[in-house]
Write a protein that binds this ligand. Structure first.
Ligand SMILES: Cc1ncc(C[n+]2csc(CCOP(=O)(O)OP(=O)(O)O)c2C)c(N)n1
Ligand code: SF4
Length: 480
């Protein structure tokens, strides 16, 4: 059961707010919201509930796009910023990977009911354990007052200067009523910020939905009719009145679903198959080969690698090879190819992480190693390298000098060496060997053994073994 509410004095700032706010300019003690805007009011109710329920450490607030986007400037909780309309999907990921967290998806009407309509309905239908606070101000506030799905008939916006005509633009969407049709949501309610009395009621709705998260009960949806004096072209006082006179008749203030007394539905987490059986589940060949781990120079113990070159230089395979070797030596790995127009002959690249620890994101935006197979790749990516990083260049195709003078530049004549061995296409394997030889991050034996998985045509394995070995020696020699 939830504890009895302990409300703070009304005017005291909630602890869940930062003391000062990150702002590009202006007073760092106040928010960026316009006077009379409902976002600030709702923020306050949410922050108080977070304080009272003592859940600041496990609350993750997902702010999407719209005037709500800067919620992370204000709430001192876990914050994630999601793409337009995608907060429920991101929240799903957060909740499922961290079931103890309290997830709040904070969304405006453009975000939730237009671009994000599918996301919200699917998350509601799955009954994700999160609370959605839906700020319905009947307009796109941030972008200057365009029509939203919730804009009232006859309401003038910048995109409906003569007023919304339902024959052309449909009728306002009642999101609570839509969500309430689904079976999974446990609490669906609409409140308003039209008056102190309504604020008090809305405060209770906010609190109840938050309590349901603490009890781990399920999907809660609280819509809040909120003023956008700027978008509506009104004074804050008139805007509040307008909520009561115009918005509320269209959007009744009700509790549509309340199943909060029901027993909590336990997540049924499918049991993971044992690691050694994974290949059977995935329908792939078993790769049980494990190799002794290398003992790398600490600077290269957890490399974040970007591999780049022309399409056709085997850049993606080189990345796969690095990841395969790391995996065989018992480390965590991630390989992320970049597919794009470069597939047609421009610059292709991939991201590789090899790590002792879990890898948060497969994306390598600040590499510790760049393997550049040609000049344009070096020019494109050298700027991303962290100071002290390794810039491993295919000397045969990088005639120019890097502009960075704070990185370790190593040149290997990979294309020529591969050509000498009989096939220029093995240049990628020369570079794989060179990386291992120079950094000590992978053993030569592992690189050679990885070929059984990497190379399908057995006739090419011998050539690639030679390429890796030659590269490894070149890397070793460069290390000195
Ligand atoms: C993919 C994408 N499409 C469009 C936009 C432009 N955009 C920014 S905010 C916004 C509407 C936000 O309106 P709403 O969700 O009602 O929030 P409010 O600003 O009223 O709080 C739009 C369309 C964008 N940033 N990204
Ligand atoms: S434009 Fe509207 S929604 Fe955005 S901050 Fe101003 S009043 Fe609030």
């Amino acid at each position: 059961m939830s504890s009895a509410p302990v409300y703070k004095p009304f005017l005291q700032r909630a602890d869940s707010f930062y003391d000062t706010f990150q702002r590009k300019s202006g007073n760092k003690e106040v928010t960026h919201y316009c006077p009379g805007c409902g976002h600030g009011e709702l923020h306050k109710m949410m922050a108080e509930a977070i304080d009272d329920l003592d859940i600041r450490d496990r609350t993750v607030l997902i702010s999407p796009v719209g005037c709500s986007v800067f919620a992370y400037y204000y709430f001192d909780v876990g914050n994630v910023q999601a793409a337009h309309g995608r907060a429920p999907a991101v929240g799903t990921g957060v909740q499922r990977s961290r079931p103890h967290s309290i997830v709040i998806s904070y969304q405006g009407d453009g975000d939730l009911a237009a671009i994000g309509l599918n996301e919200i309905l699917q998350a509601a239908n799955r009954g994700e354990k999160m609370v959605v606070f839906f700020v319905n101000n009947a307009i796109y506030g941030m972008t200057g007052g365009q029509m939203a799905p919730t804009t009232l008939p006859g309401m003038r916006t910048t995109t409906t200067p003569l007023g919304r005509d339902p024959r052309l633009a449909g009728n306002p969407m009642r999101m609570c009523e839509l969500v309430a049709q689904l079976e999974a949501p446990i609490f669906v309610a609409r409140g308003s910020l039209a008056s102190p009395k309504e604020m008090k009621r809305t405060r209770k709705l906010v609190r109840k939905a938050m309590e349901m998260q603490v009890e781990g009960k399920g999907f809660c949806f609280v819509e809040v009719l909120s003023a956008c004096p700027t978008g509506w072209g009104m004074t804050p006082v008139d805007a509040q009145q307008w909520i009561e006179d115009k918005l509320t008749p269209h959007f009744p203030l009700e509790i549509f679903v309340d199943k909060t007394d029901q027993e909590r539905l336990e997540y049924v987490t499918p049991e993971s198959p044992p690691r050694e059986k994974l290949h059977e589940v995935l329908g792939i060949e078993a790769d049980t080969k494990t190799m002794p781990a290398a003992n790398p120079d600490p600077a290269h113990a957890n490399p974040r690698i970007k591999v780049a070159g022309f399409g056709g230089q085997g850049v993606l395979l080189l990345g796969l090879g690095l990841a395969q070797c790391g995996m065989m030596e018992g480390r965590k790995v991630a390989w992320l190819p970049s597919y794009g127009p470069e597939m047609r002959g421009g610059t292709a690249h991939c991201h590789v992480n090899i790590s002792e620890d879990e890898i948060g994101s497969p994306l390598v935006s600040r590499p510790t190693v760049l393997v550049a197979m040609n000049q344009p790749s070096m020019e494109k990516f050298e700027g991303e390298l962290v100071p002290g990083a390794l810039l491993l260049l295919n000397d045969s195709m990088v005639p120019g000098q890097p502009s960075r003078d704070d990185v370790d530049v190593v040149r290997v004549r990979a294309t020529e060496m591969a050509e000498d061995l009989g096939n220029v296409r093995a240049a990628n394997m020369v570079m794989l060997g060179a990386f291992a030889g120079y950094t000590g991050a992978l053993n030569l034996e592992t690189c050679l053994a990885s070929l059984d998985t990497l190379i399908k045509r057995t006739a090419l394995i011998d050539l690639n073994r030679k390429a890796i070995t030659a590269g490894f020696e070149a890397g070793r020699k460069a290390r000195g």
